[in-house]
Design a protein around this ligand. Structure first.
Ligand code: ATP
Length: 462
């Protein structure tokens, strides 16, 4: 356990004072760094951070003006505006010391000091620094919270579903919600991964604390570390303020890393290190900050295939997937559609002041038959649009003509999921079947000669 005085820097040109300070303070502090040359202050502060700095007022022998003390105090505060500086001043020179406090010092001690008094002064100075830091962290958390709350102003929050698949999901959430197990939510776009992540947080013991989401797919490589781990003022050109990262802000709460499958390999290892150690260091700083978070990740990418293709780190996957929640696509749980429809209908009829609205039975059938490539999100938007455009209070199938039927096979054919060889094989199969085995026509449609199509048929064992 760390000692009450933490890390102390003592600057005095009198070696006897430094020795006495070191002997006394080392029992109460984790580190006592002593320095007789104040010119080294900038170097020392750039390479380490101190909980309190004990600074002599007068350095050049026989000088009692305190000028040098003021100079170095100013330098320290310029480097670290939150530094806690306790001035050492000669007996009888209280006036100068009071001026130093006016200029930013936290307190002062008189030379020769009383040991107990010195410890007490330093202890309350440290306490003051801690409360500065807490206020600062609270301010940062507050601003993050309000922006997170703004993003939540949509109809999120309630999880709708009564299908067998969704019941299983709910049962799993109530089983693992109260544990701190890492959760990986897998599902297509718009299936409700974020809604489920919030539900996990609501059911957890952390629900009085924050839920912080990060879209890993939209963070640029350069901003990754600063966004997630924070930065110190001046760490890079745009770092105008000290800033807490998402990990720090989520402390004691839930951190939701969305689209984790989109994270480049180089950043995956950085993330893994933090998840293993459960501590972060802000960019440009060397202070290690422990973080206590519950981790929930989500992706629509085939992470297991990605591991096989060396596009996703296996060790990272095993770190995040203690419990997996699979969200089935909406087309596989059409029995949830009527509930979702009435949920969104209520919200949008209310929002657009349309009074009570309903959907015709034929419309519901159409909606239940549709393929919903964008899942619940697409259904939600379809209803919003239909409500806005409707002239009567009953939505008819014609109110949804904008939904274009797509064949399942076409949807399944997502080129980005296959390698070149597989895509070639699929294209050939498609062409041959389209032209009912007519090789000349299939070859022509593929832009190949008959001979080269035959060669490829052989290569793919077709
Ligand atoms: N079961 C549900 N009950 C109520 N609303 C839902 C449900 N599932 C999804 N939604 C709504 O659908 C929209 C999309 O949900 P969400 O953002 O959670 O999906 P996602 O899977 O995280 O999407 P993406 O993969 O694009 O990030 C949201 O507006 C959400 O409120």
């Amino acid at each position: 356990m760390s000692k009450p005085l933490g890390k102390i820097l003592v600057i005095d040109d009198n070696e006897d004072i430094l020795l006495a300070a070191k002997m006394l303070l080392k029992k109460h502090a984790d580190l006592v760094q002593v320095e007789s040359n104040p010119g080294k202050i900038p170097f020392l502060l750039k390479n380490d951070s101190y909980d309190v700095i004990l600074l002599d007022m007068n350095f050049t022998k026989d000088t009692t003006s305190g000028k040098e003390g003021f100079h170095w105090l100013e330098q320290i505060i310029e480097i670290d505006p939150n530094a806690v500086v306790v001035m050492i001043t000669a007996y009888g020179d209280v006036e100068t010391a009071v001026n130093a406090v006016k200029q930013g010092a936290t307190d002062f001690v008189l030379k020769p000091w009383n040991n107990e008094k010195l410890i007490a002064t330093l202890t309350s100075a440290i306490r003051l620094k801690k409360s500065y830091e807490e206020v600062k962290a609270l301010k940062e958390e507050k601003s993050e919270l309000s922006s997170a709350l703004n993003k939540m102003s949509g109809p999120e929050g309630i999880v709708i579903g009564e299908s067998e698949a969704m019941r299983k999901v709910f049962a799993l959430i109530s089983k693992v919600g109260k544990t701190d197990a890492n959760i990986l939510i897998l599902g297509e776009n718009g299936t409700g991964k974020e809604v489920i992540a919030r539900a996990v947080h609501e059911q957890s013991l952390r629900n009085e604390n924050v839920f912080i989401g990060v879209d890993m797919g939209s963070i640029s490589e350069t901003l990754f570390q600063s966004e997630l781990f924070g930065h110190k003022k001046g760490a890079f050109t745009d770092a105008r303020e000290d800033r807490a990262g998402r990990f720090e802000i989520a402390n004691k709460g839930t951190l939701f890393l969305d689209e984790i499958g989109n994270l480049p390999m180089t950043l995956q290892s950085k993330l893994l290190t933090v998840l293993q150690k459960r501590e972060v260091t802000r960019v440009g700083d060397n202070k290690v900050i422990p973080v206590d978070i519950r981790l929930v990740c989500a992706t629509n990418m085939p992470v297991y295939e990605m591991v096989e293709n060396k596009e996703f780190r296996q060790d990272l996957l095993y770190r995040i997937n203690t419990v997996e929640i699979h969200l089935p696509p909406l087309r596989d749980r059409a029995e949830d559609i009527p509930l979702l429809v009435s949920h969104f209908l209520k919200i949008y009829a209310n929002k657009y002041r349309k009074g009570k609205m309903k959907v015709a039975a034929t419309t519901m059938k159409k909606l239940q038959k549709y393929y919903w490539p964008g899942n619940v999100r697409e259904l939600q938007h379809a209803l919003e649009r239909a409500v806005i455009m409707a002239d009567t209070d009953t939505l008819q199938p014609t109110d949804f003509t904008f939904l274009v039927e797509k064949k399942k096979e076409e949807e399944d054919f997502d080129l980005s999921e296959f390698d070149l060889d597989t895509v070639e094989k699929m294209m050939i199969q498609k062409a041959v079947s389209k032209y009912s085995g007519n090789i000349s026509k299939a070859a022509k449609s593929l832009g190949l000669t008959r001979a080269s199509l035959y060669r490829r048929l052989e290569k793919h064992g077709l």
